[in-house]
Design a protein around this ligand. Structure first.
Ligand code: AMP
Ligand code: ZN
Ligand code: FE
Ligand code: FE
Length: 286
């Protein structure tokens, strides 16, 4: 295969957060899909990276160590992808651990709100459901709470659980004080990595996205399953205007209730040359 045909999917989740496949299984699927590289970008954790790297070495798939940090701007979640951080960096580890502590407290508050609404759900039930899927306890999220709501009969489906209880603005929605996207970009750069703003089409905050690109983020996720053709054109132009790297990722989470949430692995990808540009943008923190 010519080098230009080698593709990288730069956004995928595993059971280290709310994906359905273990890290090794994700890499095996990447190999089957013909990908040359896949980035493991779990929510607020890099716990899946080592297993993925080992499987990647075995199968000849390049695994890019990554993360997807949930940051907030004015109570709106802004996701920041980080690539190739020094995972052994003590400050980095402390910071990410702090994020997970906040996530756990938020989950408890969500369950308390559900209880106040008359739904008898416990964190223990959520943990059990997540545990069955092989998820690490420390990175439980709303999808696991949604699955528990389905299991106890309080919701018809995960989508229904988000629409009625867990989605932004719903009765059991809890926004916790968190780091800003600017801080997330800073953390990633200070750990020697490169930051990419995830799925900008989901925020409709192009002003903020532009400031992030001019303020240290190396790239913009231009191609994402939740973007339509118009979004993609607009964000490609924005990336170009800011001198940012245009990236692509499927945001693969595995199959849920019969469908891929968000995209199938490899359904969005960049040539591996883009990965080299990201590598060159790493570790340039000032
Ligand atoms: P959290 O990080 O715990 O707040 O959970 C956010 C995650 O929930 C997102 O990254 C998605 O993976 C998932 N999610 C958000 N909205 C929905 C939805 N309507 N249906 C299923 N999963 C969703
Ligand atoms: Zn997710
Ligand atoms: Fe995201
Ligand atoms: Fe994601």
């Amino acid at each position: 295969m010519a080098i230009t045909d080698q593709r990288a999917d730069l956004h995928a989740h595993t059971t280290a957060s709310d994906g359905m496949l273990a890290p090794g299984a994700l890499v095996r699927l990447a190999a089957q899909a013909g990908l040359a590289a896949v980035a493991v970008t779990d929510h607020d954790t890099t716990a899946g990276v080592d297993e993925a790297l080992a499987e990647g070495a075995r199968l000849g798939v390049e695994v890019v160590p990554g993360i997807e940090i949930s940051a907030y701007a004015d109570d709106q979640a802004i996701h920041v992808l980080g690539y190739c951080m020094d995972l052994g960096d003590a400050d980095w580890q402390r910071r990410i651990e702090g994020l997970r502590g906040g996530r756990q407290r938020r989950n408890e508050q969500i369950v308390a709100r559900l209880n106040a609404l008359g739904i008898a759900l416990t964190m223990e039930q959520v943990r059990r459901i997540a545990g069955k899927a092989g998820t690490a306890e420390e990175t439980l999220g709303r999808p696991h709470i949604a699955a528990a709501l389905v299991a106890c009969g309080a919701a018809a489906s995960v989508t229904d659980a988000f629409e009625r209880y867990l989605g932004s603005g719903c009765a059991a929605y809890v926004a916790i004080p968190r780091l800003s996207p600017h801080e997330a970009v800073g953390w990633i750069r200070e750990a020697g990595g490169a930051a990419v703003i995830a799925h900008p089409g989901l925020y409709r905050r192009d002003d903020l996205v532009e400031r992030l690109l001019r303020g240290g983020a190396a790239g913009l996720e231009v191609s994402h399953p939740d973007h339509d053709g118009e979004d993609e054109r607009r964000y490609r132009a924005l990336a170009e205007r800011c001198g940012a790297i245009a990236t692509a990722g499927s945001d693969f989470h595995g199959e849920r209730e019969g469908g891929a949430y968000h995209g199938a692995l490899g359904s969005r990808s960049v040539p591996v040359e883009v990965l080299r540009r990201i590598a060159r943008a790493c570790g340039d923190a000032t």
